[in-house]
Design a protein around this ligand. Structure first.
Ligand SMILES: Nc1ncnc2c1ncn2[C@@H]1O[C@H](COP(=O)(O)OP(=O)(O)OP(=O)(O)O)[C@@H](O)[C@H]1O
Ligand SMILES: [Mg+2]
Length: 444
């Protein structure tokens, strides 16, 4: 499957690296602690249903809002959804602030994000040569431009399957590719007859035992004929196709802006539709997760609303920690700062504040994920800080506290390490009341 390419996805999951999934059983019931997630049972179960709908293709063009107070796991649940979807479904994670840049118009940035979240699975039949390399002899000649160096002028290649063995004479150009890729006897390879593209699938078991080189995939010798038709599938996003087309269309694309012409997009859409009609491709609607939703303004909301109605639309997931707020760019106050017509089409999942026990377990999981050991008093104190201040604050104190432990050459975080960290780093409430107190002096 050397042809399958990973989908571009934006991952900013440092703070969420302990999350591996939603932690649900086969009936979509949340286990108390699983896949790195703790509690928040209703939200996780709702997210599980959403994943199921997305996988069944029944969510395209629809939206989800995850609403809840700060630090209650909204981003964590979105990250868990992306883990559950697997890597063949595009998942784009952006903060609404990223739409405002000097590089491109905000609506352009939003379309690009939307198109990164729509995949196209393309199937292609190609004529290939496939087999184990059982003979490879280069015919080396001096490089005409640098006679001290030798390059292959041609080569003789013998490929074998379980049933057949064939010898080919290959061109200097292809032989160079072989040299560059370090292809040798015992490798199982596929050569695309038309493009000359070579992919190495792995080594045969016999060859890997003989040379005892680790780290390489061991594959079976293929059966059937050496020359055959093979089907390849790969997933690209609409944005990948836009970029490729824009580049081939205009010389200036790379030099000028990163904005893409709407003509290019229309051409890509037409081409994709044709491929789908011919049965050579299928659409894979993915997820566009927009965090910090309160930063979206009325224009972006309007644009998004329209985009969700189009034939090719991803699933949009928004996250908001605001109750009632002004819609940015207007004086209208709306729930979560989101226009009502958009809210109307969203399924809403809410997250709730954690209790003490849940905060304790989350801290434990975060610590062990980073290889830290929390002594009991240290965990008690952090839990209290989590209850009194916020979960996020307590989670954030882990890293500096661990630095203090390491200064003593220890992996164990003691209560003193936590105290020292809490003294040096304040939480938002403390810092804002501090500034309030000094405001008059600081601004003068
Ligand atoms: N249920 C949970 N289980 C395990 N870890 C969690 C859970 N909820 C939150 N966390 C972790 O706690 C931290 C804060 O949560 P998160 O960033 O998801 O909150 P949020 O609701 O997105 O907050 P904000 O509104 O400020 O964006 C993160 O490190 C997150 O991974
Ligand atoms: Mg968040």
């Amino acid at each position: 499957m050397a042809e399958i390419r990973e989908i571009t996805r934006f991952e900013r999951i440092g703070a969420h690296s302990h999350i591996r999934g939603l932690g649900l059983d086969e009936n979509l019931r949340a286990k108390k602690v699983a896949d790195g997630l703790v509690g928040q049972v209703k939200a996780r179960e709702a997210a599980g249903v959403v994943v199921k709908l997305i996988k069944a293709g029944k969510m395209a063009g629809r939206g989800i809002l995850i609403a809840g107070p700060p630090g209650t796991g909204k981003t964590a649940i979105a990250v868990a959804i992306s883990k559950e979807l697997g890597k063949d479904v595009p998942f784009v994670h952006v903060s609404a602030s990223e739409f405002y840049s000097t590089e491109m118009k905000k609506t352009e940035a939003l379309i690009q994000a939307i198109r990164k979240a729509i995949g196209v699975r393309i199937r292609e039949r190609r004529e290939v040569l496939e087999g184990e390399v059982v003979g490879l002899d280069y015919n080396m000649v001096p490089n005409p431009y640098n006679p001290t160096q030798k390059i292959p002028e041609s080569a003789t290649l013998t490929l074998a399957t379980k049933d057949e063995r064939k010898t080919f004479s290959i061109s200097g150009r292809l032989a160079m590719t072989f040299l560059y890729q370090g292809i040798e006897v015992g490798d199982v390879i596929v050569i695309d007859k038309e493009t000359g593209r070579v992919s190495k699938l792995g080594k045969t078991e016999k060859a890997s035992r003989k040379y005892d080189i680790g780290g390489e995939e061991i594959v079976e010798v293929p059966s059937g004929s050496v020359e055959k038709e093979k089907e390849f599938t790969y997933v690209v996003t609409l944005h990948d196709l836009d970029e490729a087309n824009a580049r081939s269309g205009s010389l200036f694309f790379m030099l000028s802006s990163r904005e893409i012409d709407s003509e290019v997009r229309n051409a890509v859409d037409e081409k994709v539709k044709r491929l789908v009609e011919e049965g050579r491709a299928e659409l894979v609607p993915g997820v566009l997760f927009i965090d910090e939703t309160y930063l979206l303004d009325i224009e972006l909301f309007a644009f998004m609303n329209r985009a969700m109605e189009s034939e090719m639309a991803p699933i949009i997931i928004l996250a908001s920690n605001r109750g009632f707020a002004k819609i940015r760019g207007t004086d209208i106050v709306a729930p979560h700062g989101i226009p009502l017509d958009l809210l109307d089409r969203l399924l809403i999942i809410t997250t709730e504040p954690y209790n003490e026990e849940e905060i304790r377990v989350i801290l434990e999981i975060r610590a062990s994920e980073s290889g830290m050991v929390l002594e009991k008093d240290a965990l008690d104190m952090l839990t209290q800080l989590g209850v009194k201040n916020s979960l996020r604050y307590a989670v954030q104190l882990l890293a500096p506290a661990y630095e203090f432990a390491k200064l003593r050459n220890s992996r164990n975080i003691t209560v003193d390490d936590v105290k020292r960290a809490a003294e040096l780093f304040v939480d938002v409430n403390q810092s804002s009341s501090y500034l309030k107190k000094w405001e008059s002096k600081m601004l003068s």
